[in-house]
Design a protein around this ligand. Sequence first.
Ligand code: ATP
Ligand code: MG
Length: 394
Amino acid sequence: MEEVIIIKYGELSTKSDNINFFLKTLKNNVDNKLSGINHQIKYDHGRMIVHTNQIEEAIEKIKLVFGIHEICIGYLYADKALENIMANIYELVKDLEFNTFKVVTKRSDKNYPGTSTEISKQIGGYLLSRLQDKKVIMDNPDLVINIEIRQNEVLLYFNGEKGLGGYPVSTLGKGLLMLSGGIDSPVAGYLAIKRGVRIEAIYFDSPPHTSPMALKKVEDLARILSKYNGEVRLHVINFTKIQEEIIKNIPNYYLITIMRRMMYQISAILASNINAHIIINGESIGQVASQTLKSMQVINEAIKMPVIRPVCTYDKLEIIDVAKKIGTYEKSIEPYEDCCTIFVPDHPVIHPDIKLVHEYESLVDFKSLIFEAIKTRKIIKINENDQKSYNDLL
Ligand code: ATP
Ligand code: MG
């Protein structure tokens, strides 16, 4: 008998037109996730089988891959005789804790005697006669016993652990995440990745007004996201000059509106340069002055590229819940300030006027500053297994 890992797809199965593309991408993503572990993957439209002799380590990694509904341990037997299949199942389940069960048989070897239903019934009867106080129910039983009778072997597996769901990363294209050191943007990134978007990230840095620790914190957050996304390319924009020009020339209560319009413009140009289809950010309706609907409208007016705001309807506590679940929360609450928090005016405008915005923006040659900022950006490639941590700097 060989132990294997069974991956069940869930939501993928509704994508009938391009299911092959989804499955191939999922297979590649699992392959990449298991680099360093000796393994082999086989799949069809029903499920994926991973052969490896490091089952536990592999499962821990596969749990972080999107596009997976359930992860089970499976057992492959060369012996296809029904009485031996029944005896093998009995051995596997006799010490498990369950009250109700059902048997689901799939007969891919069409020459195997009996229909799937007949085989399931026979196996169910065999188990009932040998196990105490167990019941067969079809709806939501404690234990689902899956049997696949294949050409050269029999595969047995039971219900396993839930996967993360969502779509395989990169099946829906690429997005540019505006990643700050806060709580919201890593969560927004995670939720976009979950829907099959592969992300790159952009961070606006303002040295010497912000500490190098703020950048390291963002790198660490990107590293956590790389567990789900694969490598994250972090584009670090030096935003100092633009911010200083804004502070020098723009009325105080419009600082944030115009600063954010500049961030949007830089993000949109970079997004097109890297072939991203959307920008993703952590804005949440009403959270701060720049996130009233009116502010969002005026800020969004700066660009044509669509902006996806996965947490825009979440309460802060809901965002924190996700942040804790995905492992970014502890990092996000570290104290280093980023460029937004340093220059917040006392009374930022909450109903900005677009005409005034255009007027103020004409006071500075922002266009060339924007191009300069993009041209001089630093790109950091971040992978989950990189050893660097901003704690190293402490
Ligand atoms: P977060 O929203 O990540 O918790 P925050 O609340 O301090 O941080 P906001 O001022 O609410 O950030 O900004 C809204 C969004 O704008 C952020 O979620 C993030 O997507 C983006 N953003 C803000 N500052 C930066 C920055 N320095 N670099 C990149 N993106 C940023
Ligand atoms: Mg926020």
